[in-house]
Design a protein around this ligand. Structure first.
Ligand SMILES: Cc1cc2nc3c(=O)[nH]c(=O)nc-3n(C[C@H](O)[C@H](O)[C@H](O)COP(=O)(O)OP(=O)(O)OC[C@H]3O[C@@H](n4cnc5c(N)ncnc54)[C@H](O)[C@@H]3O)c2cc1C
Length: 436
């Protein structure tokens, strides 16, 4: 299943608020004929752009091939939340990887946030601190408190304040939640602005970017040092190394990676500007996500619209009426917004793994891949690009630390992923609805 051409207009950004509000870059010309490079990067989201930027800064000849436009994928459509830590909380990671490895993973995630903020800064993209975590049950509220205490005690991270029902309600004006926490070290930003900014920085550092350049085949060099040939419909690049940064859109380009990384769709809407009503939604300019498995997440745009993400996935096609789908959870969280006009609605494809930790892999001797950030990729994909750039240059400690977490393949491999996902999402959606 290849989602690259299933749900969107070829070569065009989706009808998101971000695409409507950001001046897009002039198009980068498609690849034509034969070119040479030290490294070819496949995919122009945060992973690929960061890899290209760091390699170009290190003096490598880099060609980045993007099937549509830079920031076309998840990187240009997401919730914009730059969260702390890895996708799994430290207690779960300690059980999987042990205390020392978890400490290292936590520190890498802090470095990911710092890198993302530095790139946002360099690109002139505003970062707004504060992400609240809204819990539905007393057990989740207790877990949030224990997590904050553990991070302060064992990880020197004291930016999270646990909140009881009234504390959370003072910030997040929804009747639905029993408490949670606020992480003042995390924050939110305009995700497409970040992707476009990273593309400008990468091009400025010397990366040759080609848009409208779908890679449909890679002939990998058989041994280290052999050349690799990366083929698009209108050209090819002969290179020493290739970096796969296609995430949920990888399709059949690499079946080993595809067996461990499952695409999943998620949906977002933006309302009309809320004016004075915005104060009745959030008391501060923070982002929020809740504890549902089919997570709800939201924040306000600079012009006071509610940007709200949520909604279950029951197939690989986006539903015809995304606004109606997302309106349901939006109005459950904020009954005071019943009937609010929705001006923008869009879908996006991300990628998840069995253990919710990304897959860092070497699918061939001269090939690196990172994907499957499981909804926690704004900072970690940006870091992944840098770690792959370092690995290409022979410093692979960071890449190897992430690769050690290698998620298991989905049962049934690449072919069974989608039916399995539909069954799984229906099951978890049901659990969310029943509150179990
Ligand atoms: C709706 C939504 C909300 C999300 N919210 C958040 C959030 O709030 N916080 C968070 O941390 N994460 C969030 N995520 C996840 C986050 O957006 C991703 O983890 C991250 O953007 C992944 O970046 P990437 O560069 O790996 O992939 P992408 O941004 O998807 O980029 C992959 C690119 O590769 C290109 N490509 C694929 N195949 C080929 C090919 N064969 N040839 C050429 N080009 C190709 C695609 O066109 C695409 O542009 C969300 C994702 C979605 C979809």
């Amino acid at each position: 299943m290849n989602l690259l051409f299933s749900n969107d207009r070829r070569g065009a950004y989706p009808p998101s608020l971000y695409a409507a509000q950001n001046p897009v870059l002039p198009p980068f010309a498609a690849l034509r004929g034969e070119a040479r490079a030290d490294v070819v990067v496949v995919g122009g989201g945060y992973t690929g752009l960061s890899a290209a930027l760091h390699l170009a800064r290190a003096g490598r000849r880099v060609v980045l091939l993007e099937a549509h436009r830079v920031g076309f994928g998840a990187s240009g459509r997401n919730g914009g939340q730059v969260g702390s830590g890895q996708r799994l909380e430290v207690d779960a990671l300690e059980r999987i990887a042990g205390r020392d490895a978890t400490r290292r993973l936590w520190d890498m995630a802090e470095a990911a946030k710092a890198l993302t903020r530095a790139l946002a800064d360099a690109a002139g993209v505003a970062f707004h601190p504060g992400i609240a975590h809204a819990a539905r049950t007393a057990a989740e509220v207790a877990h949030a408190r224990a997590n904050a205490e553990r991070l302060a005690r064992d990880y020197n991270y004291d930016r999270i304040t646990p909140l009881d029902r009234d504390g959370l309600r003072a910030l997040v004006k929804s009747p639905l939640y029993r408490g949670g926490d606020i992480d003042r070290g995390a924050g939110h930003l305009d995700p497409l602005a970040l992707a476009l900014g990273m593309a400008r920085l990468a091009a400025g550092a010397g990366t040759v970017i080609h848009e409208d350049s779908h890679v449909h085949h890679i002939a990998h060099g058989a041994r280290a040092g052999d050349k690799t040939v990366v083929q698009t419909g209108t050209g090819r690049v002969i290179c020493d190394q290739v970096i796969l940064a296609a995430n949920g859109y990888l399709g059949g380009l690499d079946t080993q990676v595809a067996a461990r990384v499952m695409p999943i769709n998620n949906f977002v809407v933006a309302t009309e500007p809320l004016g004075a009503r915005a104060g009745d939604i959030l008391a501060e300019n923070i982002a929020v996500h809740d504890t549902r498995f089919v997570v709800n997440y939201w924040r306000l745009s600079p012009d006071g619209r509610l940007i709200f993400g949520g909604g279950e996935n029951v197939g690989y096609r986006f539903p015809r009426d995304i606004a109606a789908k997302v309106r349901r959870p939006l109005e459950r969280v904020y009954p005071q917004l019943k009937g609010v006009p929705i001006t923008h609605a869009w879908g996006g494809t991300l990628a998840i793994t069995m253990n919710r930790m990304p897959l860092f892999a070497r699918p061939a001797p001269n090939c690196l891949s990172a994907s499957g950030y499981s909804g926690h990729g704004v900072a970690l994909a940006t870091l992944a690009g840098k770690l792959m750039a370092q690995a290409v240059q022979g410093q692979s400690d960071g890449f190897d630390a992430m690769a050690a977490l290698r998620p298991a393949p989905f049962p049934g491999g690449a072919a069974m992923r989608w039916p399995l996902l539909v069954a799984g999402m229906s099951w978890y959606g049901l659990r969310d609805r029943l509150g179990v």
